[in-house]
Design a binder for this molecule. Structure first.
Ligand code: SF4
Ligand code: SF4
Length: 401
């Protein structure tokens, strides 16, 4: 491996990207996929945290963070994503052998297209694994009950990916990709680009190696071109050609146009970077302070407030409790907020991971010290890690003392 060339490093990064994207669905944290949206339960499993539909504001914050992350990376490093990490780039590079199909005869075409076909369906399956766990996918596949919807997605996606890889390839970037179209508005005069140094124009041998290697068929010497996917192949070619003359490549990465003083830190980059950082901190705060258990207290309309024979006033409520965590919980039910002798039945609840439970509770108050009919009553479920408190109205049903 030539460590002074960019392409071997790109291949390593691309391989790591492929391993992460294919391998992530197999990784399990607390018994669930590391990253998967479960359509049936409408839950997002995110590295050990299971977010329920009603918590999707956390996903919204994550989306805001990712959007600003993309904008700040594009503003500073230009099309680095396109050249190094984009799945389309990775797939096109890994299936580069298919570009020789036309020249190498029918047998080569047949074999190379077959390999691309298999790769397309592996990629299609890997997309499904972000919705259906790969463990479930394979067990259902081998049991013959994958289901028509999953089969449908698997086949349609596989065919689209296959056609993309044999027909569109790099044309995808210039025609279909929305990010490619948007990024020009994210660039400024200091954004990192791959460019030909016009100050050294006289040194160019006009060998055309940079043009011949360019996958999108542009001549970088003519200046910036929106079709450039920042693959850096022209840099390596020019390094090779100029190296024979013991000179440096005429094409390279530059912050801003060649010859201008490049700067990574600038006002707009700092501002967008700060928003990115703040949204990330907010997201981490929401994830780490999120309560795994939530409770809603509803009035029990089947039980009107009443006074018992021994003088206690009794109200009843329904506790609707959701355990959004990954572990079963045993929680104490407590009541506070009214002066007097307070009691709640039951005073303990067991709730399994993922369970949504609704139970009636009965609150009795003796020796009521107040003289108002309605008092705020705090009902909580708690243990040493969890505490959820809700305030409801308690209606006094007896005589005042
Ligand atoms: S000019 Fe062509 S070879 Fe050079 S980085 Fe852009 S796309 Fe790649
Ligand atoms: S590879 Fe370098 S030397 Fe050759 S044509 Fe391109 S810029 Fe000139």
């Amino acid at each position: 491996m030539r460590i002074d060339r960019i392409q071997p490093w790109r291949r390593i990064v691309e391989a790591l990207q492929a391993i992460i994207i294919l391998g992530l669905p197999f990784l399990r944290i607390k018994g669930e996929s590391a990253l998967r949206f479960d359509i049936l339960s409408l839950k997002l499993h995110f590295f050990g945290v299971s977010l329920w539909m009603e918590e999707f504001f956390i996903v919204l914050i994550a989306t805001i963070f990712l959007t600003f992350l993309i904008v700040s990376i594009t503003l500073i490093f230009g099309r680095i994503w396109c050249g190094w990490l984009c799945p389309q780039t990775v797939l096109v590079d890994f299936t580069a052998f298919t570009e020789k199909a036309k020249k190498n005869g029918i047998l080569y075409s047949l074999i190379s297209y077959s390999v691309v076909f298999v790769i397309s369906f592996i990629v299609s399956a890997s997309l499904i694994w972000y919705f259906v766990s790969p463990y479930e996918f394979f067990s259902r596949l081998f049991a013959g009950n994958l289901g028509s919807i999953i089969w449908g997605f698997f086949i349609v996606q596989g065919i689209i990916i296959f056609l993309n890889l044999i027909l569109l390839r790099r044309k995808f970037c210039a025609t279909v990709c929305p990010y490619a179209k948007l990024q020009s508005v994210m660039f400024d005069s200091k954004t990192m680009i791959i460019a030909f140094d016009p100050a050294r124009k006289e040194e160019c041998m006009n060998c055309m190696a940079c043009v011949k290697t360019c996958p999108v068929g542009i001549d970088i010497r003519d200046g910036l071109n929106a079709a450039c996917v920042s693959c850096a192949e022209c840099i390596d070619e020019c390094t090779e050609m100029m190296g024979r003359r013991q000179k440096k490549s005429l094409i390279n990465y530059f912050f801003g146009l060649p010859g201008e003083a490049g700067r990574i830190i600038r006002t707009n980059a700092v501002m967008i970077g700060s928003i990115t950082l703040l949204s990330f901190i907010f997201f981490i705060y929401l994830i780490t302070t999120r309560m795994a258990v939530d409770m809603i207290v509803l009035p029990n309309y089947n039980f009107s407030p009443r006074i018992t024979a021994d003088g206690a006033s009794v109200n009843s409520y329904y506790l609707s409790i959701k355990n959004r965590g990954n572990s079963d919980e045993q929680l104490n039910i407590r009541v506070r907020g009214i002066e007097g002798s307070l009691n709640i039945t039951p005073d303990r609840i067991a709730i399994k991971a993922g369970e949504d439970k609704k139970i009636p509770v009965y609150v009795s108050v003796r020796d009521y010290k107040d003289n108002t009919d309605v008092r705020g009553l705090e009902i909580s479920i708690e243990d040493d890690k969890i505490k959820v408190v809700k305030t409801v109205n308690f209606i006094w049903a007896g005589e005042y003392k």
